[in-house]
Design a protein around this ligand. Structure first.
Ligand SMILES: Cc1ncc(COP(=O)(O)OP(=O)(O)O)c(N)n1
Ligand SMILES: Cc1ncsc1CCOP(=O)(O)O
Ligand SMILES: [Mg+2]
Length: 221
């Protein structure tokens, strides 16, 4: 039976350094109260043990709420935690390896940074794609060049799995991102760095709805 891909509409990627000194669990729970549908634990700085503890604390709070926890990069930590899945990029462990290690029920996401990455995505292995960066971003030092909305729409047509768009996404541009065909918006700073993470997430939820409405009835001309 195929895996059920969760609601990807507001997909939070965490970054403690961009969270203005707030505890990660508080940021995440506020975002979920506001309507974030998926959380990815992305820790580039701490030790494996520290990330494991953070993951445990998040999973303890998220699982009863039915919100999936995805671990960035670290298949070993995803496995150790019993997390819902892993997100790997083009330089990380290949998705086939992640799938073999995590088993058939885990969610496996893969980054797509442009058309050249398309052959790396086997829909029998990968559940969703993170496409981006769409716009310039200050949240990832080694980000590849921004793709823009036209390229997002083109990649959407070529990709055989659901996609979240990532990189420079805000409530202001999210409707256009969804109208271009993304199934969801994935954000770091728009939620982690917001004054109020709950309000930020609920504003994104409304922006996604607006994008879906635009897709259903595009403006004339
Ligand atoms: C949903 C989502 N999409 C893309 C990425 C980027 O992954 P990657 O290219 O491996 O870069 P890092 O996040 O590991 O720096 C992502 N994390 N999430
Ligand atoms: C992790 C990642 N992958 C591509 S862009 C990016 C960072 C997105 O951060 P922001 O939403 O703040 O632009
Ligand atoms: Mg990665």
């Amino acid at each position: 039976m195929p895996r059920r891909v969760p609601d990807l509409s507001v997909y939070l990627v965490t970054d403690r350094l961009l969270s203005r000194g707030r505890a990660l669990v508080d940021v995440v729970l506020s975002a979920v109260r506001g309507g974030a549908t998926v959380v990815q634990l992305r820790e580039k700085e701490g030790s494996a043990r520290e990330t494991l503890e953070l993951g445990r604390a998040l999973l303890h709070r998220l699982r009863p709420l039915g919100v999936p926890l995805i671990v960035n990069d670290r298949v070993d930590l995803a496995l150790a935690l019993g997390a819902d899945g892993v997100h790997v990029g083009q330089g990380d462990l290949p998705p086939e390896v992640a799938r073999r290690l995590l088993g058939p029920d885990a969610l496996v996401g893969l980054s797509i940074t442009g058309a050249a990455d398309l052959p790396t995505l086997d829909p029998a292995v990968v559940d969703y794609a993170g496409v981006g960066p769409i716009f310039p971003t200050g949240s990832k030092a080694d980000a590849t060049p921004a793709l823009g909305l036209e390229e997002l729409a083109r990649l959407r047509r070529l990709l055989p799995v659901p996609i979240v768009a990532i990189g420079g996404i805000t409530a202001a541009n999210a409707p256009a991102v969804i109208a271009a065909g993304a199934d969801g918006v994935s954000v770091v700073s728009a939620i982690c760095s917001a004054d109020d993470c709950e309000v930020a997430a609920s504003t994104l939820v409304r922006a996604v709805r607006e994008g879906l409405a635009r897709r259903a009835s595009p403006p004339p001309g």
